[in-house]
Each structure stands twice: as C-alpha cells, then as structure tokens.
Design a binder for this molecule. Structure first.
Ligand SMILES: Cc1ncc(COP(=O)(O)O)c(C=O)c1O
Length: 389
C-alpha cells in the first residue's frame, strides 16, 4: 500500500539490523498487545496459558521480573504489583470473603492493619490481632472461620522475630492459609515458602529496587490454585505495574547481593556500637540478643538486612527524641527503606494499643551505603546533643 506520511508515522516500513544482544531485559511498554487474528482475541489474564493478551497482565519486562523473584523465592509463580501495599491488598482481596476471619500480628506494617480495619471489615471480614511472639499458642486464636493468618518477621518498627513454622503448622491444622510480608529479608534471608508459608509478598520498593526511586510489589506462591485466585483478583483490581519500574527493579536485582552484604555488615557494626551507648536502652536488631525472638532469627534466617530500631533510655522526652533525629546530618528523615541513603524516623508507640511499651522513645534506622565510620560519627554527634553539659 502506498502510504501518506501521516500513516507512515504510525505504520512504518523502516528497519534496523537484526541480531542485537545486550545484557539487559528490554523495556516493553504496552497496554495494547496484538493478537494473531480475530479469532484469537481473548481477555485471559494468565499469559503463560494464553500468550500475551493485554499489558495489564504483564509485558515480557514485567514477567521477567516476576520470574526472577519467583526463582529466588522458590515459588510456582509471582505476580508483580504497583507497590508493596498493593501486593498486601491483592492477597487479601484474592483469599478472603465476607464471613472469613483474618489474623494479623500486632507488629504488622501499619497500612496492612488499616486495610483490614477500614476496608475489609466493611466487606464483612472479621479482623483480629495476635501477639507476634505467640508462636504455637496461636492455636488458641484460631476460629472456625479463620481463613488467613498473616506473618511479618521481623515486625515493622518493633522488629519481633516470629516462629513462622509453628504459626504455619497451627494455621494449617485449623484449615487457614498463611501469608507473609517477607520484605525485611529481601526474599532471600528467610525461605518463607519452605517454612510453610502459602503466599509471600515483598515490597520490591525496598531492597530489590534498592535506590528509593520506584514502587513495586511481588506476590509469590507455590500453590497453583492460590495463583489462580491471585491472578483473577489482579485482573479485576487492575493492578498494573509499570514496565519502566520493573526494568529498574531488574537492574537493582543484579546488585542485591553486594548491597545486602554491605548493609548487613554496616548495620551490625552500628547496632553493636549503639548497644554500648548509655543513651540507648535497647537495640531491636534481630541479630542482637536484645531483640525479641533473636533465637528464632538464628534458627531460621541466613542473614540480616539494614533496617532496625533503637529505644532511647527512659526519661528522654519526645522533644529530645525528635531533636536527636533532627540533629543527624547523614541520616535523612523519610519513609521507605532499603535504598542507599541512611534514614531515621522516630515513632510514638504511645498511639498503639497492645504493642511493646516503647512510647515515644523508638527510632527506626535504615542503614545505607555510606562509610560506616561516618554514620557512627553522625550518630555520636546526635546522641551527644541529648546530653546537655
Ligand atoms: C514491611 C513493609 N511492607 C510493605 C510496605 C509497602 O510497600 P510500598 O511502599 O511499596 O507500598 C512497606 C513500606 O514501607 C513495608 O515497610
């Protein structure tokens, strides 16, 4: 067909040499995905079964990231979501229905709790909470309608390490499934699916992304029927992840091991240094004995990452704790973690019922890739400012 230049803009006959090879996964952006012929048009979501049908269900870039996460976590399939919180929501919407009961640890990531309280309850799901260190005694919290038990280990901010295999055994015995937020371990330091978890999620935003510049989540399962439920919910929630972000996450993944090695080492050095400071009452780092559940971390984990908390000594006022954080120069103040920049955020546990009584004295640190001696100097200066001479 002879084409007008305007048509050529859309339907070009220009060509480039074939055979290009590089080390990276190309970024395939797409909403529309082309079908071979009119009869093969289908809106099926499982691209492994149907071939590519629509960008929402993943382009080769998205599915490559999914497959790579799945390989690391030892799953059957992984679904990529537009953020970690969306991965949590996907699990809940896929696996729960009105009349079901869900159990969350008191130490669960705040928005997971809020989703249960503010949204799922509106849809008839019963939500209750358990002490994260309960272990096998979670049996006592199971109800005939308990369908889903969440674990997050270590817990958000207060860092309690959970007896996940014991909780999984008890949940399964009562006919419930177990979901786990495995973000802290970057999906590599704790083999959740091998320890009995049915479905894991990670905020890839943190360590896999690794540079504080993207939001992505992953949901992984070993179970084909759970995957079917997740895929169907993912389709209807329309939780499309950006292939550009997936490309960044694939790049981040290549350096995950070296970044983790470095933040693990720096964090341990800093955690031990802080534990010896008179201003610090307790260091909540799973690799230190002062952390609740430390022995479970030793038993079940193969490493530790770079986010942990400190509890300042009793007697320091909230203003003093905030001014400690404000005095830090290298540690920046901001949410999210797992990036290359060290961060500090003060929390007030006075607002939470049933959580450890650390009041306003708990500060969470994210250790980045700066020189560890500079980070210690920064902390030393800020701690010093707590002790007016
Ligand atoms: C433990 C945990 N899970 C999930 C999330 C949610 O991830 P995102 O920020 O990608 O939604 C966060 C974010 O801070 C988190 O700390």
């Amino acid at each position: 067909m002879k084409k007008h230049w305007k048509t050529k803009l859309i339907h070009s006959d220009a060509s480039v040499p074939e055979g290009f090879r590089s080390l990276d996964t190309p970024i395939y952006r797409a909403s529309t995905t082309l079908f071979r012929d009119a009869a093969s048009v289908t809106d099926a979501w499982d691209q492994y079964e149907s071939g590519y049908t629509y960008g929402l269900y993943g382009t080769p870039t998205t599915l490559t990231l999914a497959a790579r996460v799945c390989e690391l976590e030892g799953g059957y399939r992984t679904i990529i979501t537009p953020g970690g919180q969306n991965a949590i929501a996907l699990i809940n919407f896929a696996l729960l229905r009105a009349g079901d009961h869900m159990l969350l640890p008191e130490s669960v990531y705040g928005p997971n709790r809020k989703l249960g309280n503010d949204v799922l309850r509106r849809f008839g799901v019963e939500v209750s909470y358990y002490n994260p260190t309960v272990g096998p005694a979670i049996t006592d919290r199971m109800q005939p309608n308990t369908r889903l038990v969440w674990c997050e280990s270590p817990g958000s901010i207060s860092m309690e390490v959970q007896d996940v295999p014991a909780i999984a055994n008890a949940a399964h015995a009562a006919g419930a499934l177990v979901a786990m937020d495995n973000t802290w371990s970057a999906g590599v330091f704790f083999d959740a699916l091998a320890y009995g978890v049915d479905v894991t999620m990670q905020a890839l935003t943190k360590y896999v992304g690794g540079h504080s510049d993207l939001l992505l989540g992953s949901v992984t399962t070993k179970d084909k029927s759970i995957y079917q439920s997740l895929g169907a919910a993912h389709q209807l929630l329309g939780a499309a992840a950006s292939p550009d972000d997936c490309s960044l996450a694939l790049r981040g993944m290549k350096t995950l091991a070296v970044r983790l090695e470095r933040v693990e080492k720096s964090s341990l050095t800093i955690a031990r240094w802080l534990a010896a400071r008179p201003e610090v009452e307790r260091v909540l780092h799973p690799a230190l004995e002062s952390c609740p559940g430390h022995e479970l971390w030793q038993r079940d984990f193969t490493g530790s990452s770079g986010i942990f908390s400190i509890v300042l000594r009793e007697g320091f006022t909230k203003e003093q704790v905030l001014s400690f954080v404000n005095s830090l120069e290298l540690f920046k103040i901001g949410y999210s973690w797992g990036g290359v920049t060290s961060l500090a955020v003060a929390y007030d546990f006075g607002h939470y019922k049933n959580r450890a009584s650390y009041d306003h004295r708990i500060v969470r640190l994210n250790i980045g890739l700066e020189a560890v001696e500079d980070l210690i100097t920064d902390l030393e200066g800020a701690l010093h400012s707590l002790n007016p001479s």
